[in-house]
Every structure is written in C-alpha cells, then in structure tokens.
Design a protein around this ligand. Structure first.
Ligand code: TYM
Length: 339
C-alpha cells in the first residue's frame, strides 16, 4: 500500500484514560507490535491532551500515562524500534491542531458519532476540546506526514475526517503538502464487543467491569469473566454464516481468533460443533496465556517510573525532530512571518 508521493510512516495513539482493555489490545496494541518490524518507521503516542477533553484527575492521568507506556512495551513495542511518547511533550501537535481548527468546518465535527456519544444529550455542556477532538487527532497524524494509521473500527470516521482536513488544507493553499492517510483496520478483532451485550462495544467507560477484560486483570479474573460472558444455548456452528444473528458467539470467536493470531474461519474449522461449556475454557486458557505475561510485565515496568519517564522523554525528542520541520513548513505555507 502506498500513499502517493510520501514515504510510508505509521502513527497511532491511545488515550491514557485508564482501564486499558482487551479491545485496545486486539484492536490496537497487538497490531502495533506486529508493524514495528515491517521496515516502516512507527510512532505510537499516549494522547494525554485528548484524554483531558473530559475532566481527568491529575494524579490518575499521570499514572495512566505511565501505565499505558508500560502497556505498549509489555505488548511487544520496543522503544529502540518505535518512537513512544506522550502528546503533550511535543507541542507541535497543539500548534498544528490550531491551524486545523481553522480548516475544519463545524458541520464536519457535528457529524462525528464519537462526539455525539460522549457529549450525550447535553452537547451544550461538552468542552470545546471534545468538539474539536478530531482536529487534534488529524494534527497527531499529519504533523508526521503519517501515511498509515492502524486503529480499531470505531476510529474509522475520525481518520476519514483527517483525510478531509488534509485535502481541504492542500486545496485551500494550492499545495500538495499533507498526505491523504490510509486507515488500517485489519484482522478478526477490530471491533471487540462487550462480554455482557454483543451489540455494545467493549469500552473503558462501561460501568460493568464484567463487560470487559482489563489488561491489568489477573488470571482468575480473566477466567471468571469469560465463564460468565453472555452466550446463547446453541453449540458453535462450523462456518461463519452460522454466526449470523448470534452477536455474543461471534464476539467470542473473534476474540479467540485475535488472541491466537488466526482467522475466524480457522477458529470455526477447529471449534465448530463444540458447546460453550467446552469452548469457553479453551478461550479462557488462551486469554490467560496471552494476557497474564503482559499484565505481569506492566506491573514490573511500573516499579521503575523514572525509566518510563526517560523512555517518554527520549521518544518526545525523536518525535519533535520529525514534527518541527513539518510545522515550520506549514506556517510558511499559511503565511506566518518568521517561519
Ligand atoms: P482509544 O484510546 O479510545 O482507543 C485506542 C485504540 O483501541 C481501539 N479500540 C478498540 N478496538 C477494538 N475493539 C474495541 N472494543 C476497541 N476499543 C478501542 C481504538 O480503535 C483505538 O485504535 N481517538 C483515539 C485516540 C487517538 C488516535 C490519534 C488514534 C488520538 N489521536 C491518532 C490514531 C491516530 C481514541 O480515542 O482511541
């Protein structure tokens, strides 16, 4: 896959707002780790400025940012191969976001489903930051001229908006400067659903802790949540068509596929005909085998916070080295004196 005229570069971000869960792991972290050996430059960011679009307790935000960094590393990201950093340490994100605030249209923002979901019924009371969230996200990506963005399904609309912002900027200023970035939404588990309701996304904000597997859950908690996951009385079918109208069964199959690194078809070929009382223990064993070492490594890394801060500071310096010339050029295009 190439984006015309631009060197391939991968960027993605995760909010440090606590409760890192299986959806984040399968939809994002695990896939990030898979990309870092592809020969393409990779940047991964803890987007703390996005997190504060809804109020965060400062001590918890600091903890969650470091814990997220530990989660990245424990999931296989190597700071020597990928640039790992937090957003607020690279001021160019906010600077480019302002330019994009002036490019993006109110109507575009109003259509964003994540804004509608998060703002709820009282949109007038939402922060201006929450409304402008996608312009900052476009800045995160485009300040590095990133060409590919691995994300879960729920971020697709935001990446489409990023493309619209890049295209409008290029058009308004008569340049071919920002790439039209490609979302990368691949694999069986790009939309992991709640364990309690197969029609709802697994989410850090779900009030029920039983709805999600947290990356900090221990083996007993993981096994218990899978055992109690909602299912239907039928055994597993032998092909994907048989999962039609069975969202909870489909979700568990997708989770199995994501954890095992195989296709959902391959899971069906292996597990078709099994009852949930047979399939769930196999899934629990697989989940524990994959996740327990990650959560153990996260706790180990969290014992040395100064090392995490050092990794983030190094990452920020590397990120800034790419971002600063792109911001300077953007200012020049826009007509700012001194750029
Ligand atoms: P966030 O922090 O909500 O989620 C981080 C990543 O996890 C994915 N994800 C899921 N994937 C599968 N199933 C789920 N249930 C699930 N829940 C979350 C998300 O799709 C995402 O890839 N706006 C972004 C953060 C962001 C960003 C960026 C991403 C800010 N700037 C630039 C990419 C590029 C967000 O809130 O993700």
């Amino acid at each position: 896959m190439t984006v015309t005229g631009h060197t391939p570069r991968v960027f993605s971000g995760i909010q440090p707002s606590g409760n890192l869960h299986l959806g984040n792991y399968l939809g994002a972290l695990k896939r990030f780790a898979d990309t870092q050996d592809s020969g393409t430059q990779t940047l991964y960011c803890m987007v703390d400025m996005h997190a504060i679009t809804v109020w965060q307790d400062p001590a918890k935000l600091r903890h969650a940012t470091r814990e997220l960094c530990a989660g990245f590393i424990a999931s296989g990201l190597d700071p020597a191969k990928s640039i790992l950093f937090n957003q607020s340490q690279v001021a160019e994100h906010a600077q480019l976001a302002w330019i994009f605030n002036c490019v993006a249209r109110m109507g575009w923002m109003k259509r964003m489903t994540q804004f509608k979901d998060k703002a709820g019924k009282n949109a007038e009371n939402a922060s201006l930051g929450l409304f402008g969230y996608p312009a900052l996200m476009a800045a995160d990506i485009l300040i590095y001229h990133a060409t590919h963005v691995p994300v879960g399904e729920d971020q697709k609309q935001h990446i489409e908006l990023t493309r619209d912002i890049a295209a409008k900027f290029n058009h308004d200023y008569g340049v071919d400067f920002f790439p039209i970035t490609e979302p990368v939404i691949e694999g069986a588990a790009t939309r992991v659903m709640s364990l309690r309701d197969g029609s709802k996304k697994m989410s850090k904000s779900d009030p029920s802790d039983m709805s999600r597997i947290n990356m900090t859950d221990d083996a007993d908690a993981i096994a218990k949540k899978i055992r109690k996951a909602k299912t239907d009385p039928e055994p597993l079918p032998s092909d994907l068509d048989g999962l039609e109208g069975r969202p909870e069964a489909r979700n568990l199959v997708n989770i199995y596929a994501g954890l095992a690194g195989i296709s959902a078809e391959a899971v069906m070929a292996d597990m078709g005909g099994k009852t949930f009382s047979e399939f769930k223990p196999a899934l629990a064993d697989l989940a524990v085998a994959r996740l327990a070492p990650i959560s153990e490594e996260m706790s180990r890394l969290m014992q040395d916070v100064s090392e995490i801060d050092r990794i983030l500071a190094n990452g920020a310096a590397d990120a800034r080295a790419i971002a600063a010339p792109i911001l300077r050029k953007t200012y020049e295009i826009v007509g700012m004196v001194g750029a």
